[in-house]
Design a protein around this ligand. Sequence first.
Ligand code: ATP
Ligand code: MG
Ligand code: MG
Ligand code: MG
Length: 562
Amino acid sequence: MKQSTFLVPTLRDIPSDADVISHQLMLRSGMIRQSASGVYTFLPLGWKVLRKVEEIVREEMDRSGAQEMLMPSIQPSDLWKESGRWEAYGPELMRFKDRHDREFALGPTHEEVITSIVKDDIRSYKELPMTLYQIQTKFRDERRPRFGVLRGREFLMKDAYSFDHDFEGLDKSYQTMYDAYNRIFSRLNLNFRAVIADSGAMGGKDTHEFMVLSNVGEDTIAYSDESDFAANIEIAPVKVNYDKSADQPEEMQEIETPDQRTIQEVSTFLNVMPEKCIKSLLFIVDEEPVLLLVRGDHEANDIKLKHVLDAENVELADETQTKNILKTSPGFIGPVNIPAEVKVIADHAVSYMVNAVCGANKEKYHLKNVNPDRDFRPNLYEDLRNIQEGDPSPDGRGTVRFKEGIEVGHVFKLGTKYSEALGAQYLNDQGKSKPIVMGSYGIGVSRTVAAIIEEHHDENGIVWPQNVAPFHIHLIAINIKQEAQRDLAEQLYEKFLTEGREVLFDDRPERAGVKFKDADLIGIPLRIQIGKRAEEGIVEVKERKTGELQEVHVDELSAVIS
Ligand code: ATP
Ligand code: MG
Ligand code: MG
Ligand code: MG
């Protein structure tokens, strides 16, 4: 590729709207451009890297026996209503209507679609187990799109789904994916940990997140360097303060409100609510996350929820507004203030409480329809409760350390949640109908590109690991107007192309300083500079990572660059 006609618009200055290094470098090196908040174009250079990462993911998925396919992004609302997620997914789901007024969503994930396909096309136990995957654009209307492609509203994901006869089969399929993920992130040169994670909404069982250790990570993980122990600290039940000063809806006033409540105590609130409908929402009030617990009958509740969601969209941080909603909607209790350092996702909040109540058996409270072991693992949560940095690791090996993590992958045992909701059954060897047991497995491909940059850069720019580098050789004619330099450069360019090497040829009539700065920024592993000694057939070979530079005669070049 000749750089003079390659669309790689580098920027000297750090863009003011980019807070993290990967976002800055992706903009500055001309990999991406923003189109709308959380929506990006991958320019040719960025696209090349994205495809390389995608290819490594694909190779390992194929190697694990998973089959690639492609599902549509446009998903009918009916499927989401059947699974119950049309309501539950909230405002992150991008919805629209077609010209006939039919409702659709742009897929943020594909459990519903894949389950409906398998429902129609898998009949017998003989066709299972099976794992299907796709690499495709996903849409999520994130509340806070930020950090460039790390948290986009349109992003590339690899999502896989496994289908088994029973939970034992699921354990195997899960392990296969888990192993594939370890290979993928190792090949991608990332310092990562597979961490035990929160299974979120009830019904999930085991789940691990693959976290790249990085200061810009939005999750916090507790891990030990001396063992495999690693957990997302979100899964440990956390203390919450009950904000007594907030206006309480009238009907709740008879409930005692001590100043300090642990989440266990809050969960007793849940216990006095009608069992059917408990929802939670996270607000930000005065920069403090505020958890709202919602109860009531289904329909009324959804209306109120919608009310709140709309309000959230309008004026997220307006305390008065929140209080007014609380006053006028007796179905709410709260708010409950959560310390800012605790990152709790709204949908997960209920399961924290369930864990807190049911995990500690001495509690006299119990939520209906929740079984320890089936829906969560009480002992695990018990162990991790109040875990602190410096504690001995729960597995007895080493010391607990805390570090931020970027979630690049997530593996999840779904069980029969979707197959039961959507009626995906198979006939077992006795001719009996059984729900298919499922798992789901995601990798944020575009997020991973940014995570690689977070880990592989220096003060001058990106330092690509060889296997994801957009090109392997950056061939630079220092002064393209000088005939000997130009001729030798052209000659080497042709030679590299013939040898099948991926080469970017800087043939621009720019100053040497500009070319070197751009080359550092773009970060191609090996640079070949053709300068004054071109006439003697001598070039400079420079390694991006170490800065090591040596003069080499072109006849010896093949040996040096291997
Ligand atoms: P997060 O906690 O960061 O919001 P998630 O848990 O909602 O992510 P999953 O539903 O587990 O995401 O999706 C699978 C993978 O997709 C994630 O592990 C992550 O790598 C990627 N991903 C999720 N949301 C985004 C996003 N907004 N932008 C880029 N990648 C994303
Ligand atoms: Mg998310
Ligand atoms: Mg997550
Ligand atoms: Mg996740």
